[in-house]
Design a protein around this ligand. Structure first.
Ligand code: AMP
Length: 138
């Protein structure tokens, strides 16, 4: 039998968490690493490997709770911004194989989270061909 991932174990109550929200389909709790103050995770109770495999309805329920926690970070925690992030597969930094959305409040002081998007555009990237390739498969 496949071993349960750590978030399935949290849902089953086998591992404790700092719960923020729960309903029949969704659970939200504080991320143990707290890369910034209030860093939260929102997950579906049913197991899906990641964002790319979760059905629309459940994805929307998870995103709805993530939005509300993000709003609270701004309104009540004093955050100046919020990153909503979900990693898909190891190559993108996914370490827990259960769909989850990070809500990462951002403050102006030194933080444990850094996001850099460098301009990687070059002559070698044929943007019209690239756009066509994606569009044709949508
Ligand atoms: P990712 O790297 O996107 O898969 O994120 C997994 C996240 O789960 C990390 O930020 C971890 O700190 C967090 N995490 C792992 N175990 C626990 C736990 N028992 N309680 C809360 N957060 C956890």
């Amino acid at each position: 039998m496949k071993e349960k991932d750590i978030f399935c174990r949290i849902i089953n109550g086998e591992i404790p968490c700092h719960k923020l929200y729960e309903d029949d389909d969704v659970l939200a709790f504080l991320d143990i690493s707290q890369v910034t103050r209030g860093h939260a995770l929102v997950i579906p109770k049913k197991h899906y490997d990641n964002f790319l495999s979760v059905p629309h309805e459940e994805m929307h329920k998870v995103m709805d709770v993530a939005q509300r926690i993000g709003q609270i970070a701004i309104k009540f925690l004093g955050a100046k911004g919020v990153n909503i992030l979900t990693n898909c597969y190891e190559a993108a930094g996914q370490t827990v194989n259960h769909f989850h959305v990070h809500v990462i409040p951002r403050y102006e002081d030194k933080e444990g989270f850094h996001l850099e998007m460098r301009n990687n555009s070059s002559e070698e990237l044929n943007l019209p061909a690239l756009a066509r390739e994606i569009k044709e498969n949508l």
